[in-house]
Design a protein around this ligand. Structure first.
Ligand code: WT7
Length: 575
């Protein structure tokens, strides 16, 4: 570790919201942060009220909450306008459905202002909102709506054929965001009713433990799991927006994540809006030039993105950067996958900015381990725990291990943003916790003698590709639905840009030829059945796959073959 010590990147000049990390870490209690919220006086809780209305009723009334831009639209909404639009959305949803407190409302559409109106409107009326990434195909949409017994969905005409209305008896209404919608007893024209709806709406008042968002995420086995977050998460989301994102009233903040993933809700909507910040939302797909242009045009000061995106920008070359004025940037952050020291070095070179890593998960609901602006960075390390969070490396029995030992990255149970439920699956929820004391993340890591945490890998077979979490089991299940495939095993294969890519090993039924056409057909099959990002980039045909005697595909062996590593203990493998 001596070489790492030498490459410490010192703190840059700055007046940071979290000035003294060590002192705060010692003294801070989450209760201290509750005073920020109007409910600490009134007892009336609603995260959308705190994120929007409270600012609309303050000096931030005419401050821009949201800049929105994509190929066709360029708009800005102040906090006051956000209040009106989200009230309208709440009125539309309420008037045209029986949606009530705690009911599940899904939102399945590409980024647009309406997505944010519907999301916050749904929260204002007390529903639990399930945001779905636009790339999901019918099977993935069905699984999520079916499991959570969704009552309504907001989507677009383009995506409607991926919503299997007939197979979802609990799904009462489909709100369509588009032009010239033909209404039926199921289909509601969202935009038409938005125009007519009242701008007044009294938020439905809830308790601190009532649900807010339901994000489905993948594990190594089973179907995707519905991770439920609650109102009280706002305490940690606001506190980290201040301490980690370092948001101030003068900032223009850009989170590049889609609300279909937890980063896009916790730090694309809640954190910044609870802090009363100005956010940029850039719709459409990743494009190097458009991204740099957006930073210049909007004068972005705080930028939260992901290693895959940084690596793609890096790959586009440093010459291009000189064509843009990126001098507004003051604080840059990363999340989702290991942030390579290489990328940190590039950030210093081209932006003269330290890129601050942050570690957390869908299940944690907010940032947990971070490189804070006021702390030196050790490139390759994720940083230190957020004040109020107790992180440790524990063994499989829950014993805390000393510095520099590899083990399970664990968190002391009970932080504000912690998931409260896996939908319909208490057993799965319980399985995350050891001795009712530690939440076990599924990541392996170690902590050095200075208290910095170093990510080592996943304990399970979960794949992180371009920052998106994909469960191998889901992909394998889809693969074996293909008529040619007898069995399938799926692994993450290291990739310099995407972190990992999905590689599938498949065995074919007799009579099928292992051709390139078949590979392409299989890829399309997964793409159409699951999602584009879940389709294997590489497919290899095998006569037979390595399995345990109980019939479980041994992904560890597939990985060892792929990487030319020793296969380890094969005693449980069938002959
Ligand atoms: C998994 C969680 C909530 C953020 C988006 C991903 C990996 C996350 C880092 C990081 C190395 C990271 C872990 C974690 N991960 N951040 N800074 N360094 N790995 O959320 O889809 O729930 O995935 O992402 O493996 O367990 P997610």
């Amino acid at each position: 570790m001596a070489t790492m010590e030498q490459s410490i990147i010192p703190v840059k000049e700055g007046d940071f919201n979290l000035a003294d990390y060590e002192k705060t870490a010692k003294e801070f209690r989450w209760e201290d942060a509750e005073k920020e919220f109007s409910w600490s006086d009134t007892g009336k809780v609603n995260i959308a009220y705190e994120a929007v209305d409270r600012h609309a009723e303050s000096f931030r009334k005419n401050k821009v909450a949201l800049y929105y831009q994509d190929q066709n639209r360029k708009e800005a909404y102040t906090y006051d306008q956000m209040k009106r639009m989200t009230n309208k959305a709440a009125n539309v949803l309420k008037a045209h459905s029986t949606l009530d407190k705690g009911d599940r409302l899904f939102i399945f559409m590409p980024r647009s202002p309406e997505l944010y109106f519907a999301l916050l409107g749904g929260l204002k009326m007390g529903t639990i909102v399930g945001p779905l990434f636009e790339a999901f195909m019918e099977g993935a949409v069905f699984d999520r709506l079916d499991d959570s017994e969704a009552k309504a969905i907001v989507t677009t005409p383009d995506l409607l054929d991926r919503v299997p209305v007939d197979r979802l008896p609990k799904l009462e209404k489909v709100f369509l965001v588009g032009e010239d919608i033909e209404e039926t007893d199921k289909i509601v024209d969202f935009n038409k009713h938005m125009k007519e709806a009242s701008v007044h709406f009294e938020p439905v008042w809830l308790g601190k433990e009532d649900g807010t968002v339901l994000h489905y995420t993948s594990g190594s086995t089973g179907r995707p799991k519905g991770v439920l977050h609650v109102q009280y998460a706002m305490v940690q989301q606001l506190q980290t927006a201040k301490w980690v994102l370092d948001l101030k009233d003068t900032d223009v903040y850009w989170c590049t994540a889609d609300p279909g993933w937890v980063t896009g809700t916790a730090y694309g909507v809640f954190g910044p809006m609870l802090a009363g910040a100005t956010s940029l939302i850039l719709g459409g797909r990743f494009k190097t030039e458009a991204w740099y242009q957006a930073i210049e045009d909007y004068g972005v000061t705080v930028w939260y993105s992901a290693p895959t995106a940084f690596r793609m920008l890096m790959g586009a070359g440093n010459e291009l950067i000189k064509e843009y004025d990126l001098s507004s940037l003051r604080h840059v952050l990363s999340v989702g996958e290991p942030l390579n020291p290489e990328v940190v070095k590039w950030g210093l070179e081209v932006f003269d900015k330290r890129i601050h890593d942050s570690w957390w998960m869908t299940e944690t609901g907010a940032q947990m381990i971070v490189n804070f602006a006021s702390l030196p960075i050790k490139p390759g390390s994720m940083g230190k725990p957020v004040p109020g969070i107790e992180a440790a490396i524990v063994d499989d029995q829950g014993k805390v291990l000393p510095p520099n030992s590899m083990g399970n990255l664990a968190l002391k149970k009970g932080w504000p943003a912690m998931m409260r439920k896996i939908w319909n699956n208490q057993e799965k929820y319980d399985s995350y916790f050891l001795n009712d004391e530690w939440y076990v993340s599924g990541d392996s890591a170690y902590m050095d003698e200075d208290g910095y945490f170093w990510f080592q890998g996943r304990v399970d077979d979960v794949i992180m590709t371009s920052g998106e979490r994909v469960g191998p089991f889901e992909v394998e299940s889809k693969l074996i639905e293909h008529p040619a495939i007898v069995e399938a095993g799926v692994i993450g294969k290291p990739d310099p840009v995407r972190g990992e890519i999905i590689k599938a090993f498949v065995a074919l039924y007799d009579g099928y030829e292992p051709t390139d056409e078949l590979k392409e057909d299989i890829r399309q099959f997964v793409k159409k059945g699951l999602a584009a990002h879940a389709a294997p980039r590489e497919i290899e045909f095998k006569d037979k796959l390595p399995k345990t005697r109980s019939g479980k595909i041994m992904r560890r062996v597939l990985k060892a073959w792929e990487l030319d590593l020793p296969t380890g203990d094969l005693s449980t493998m069938e002959d």
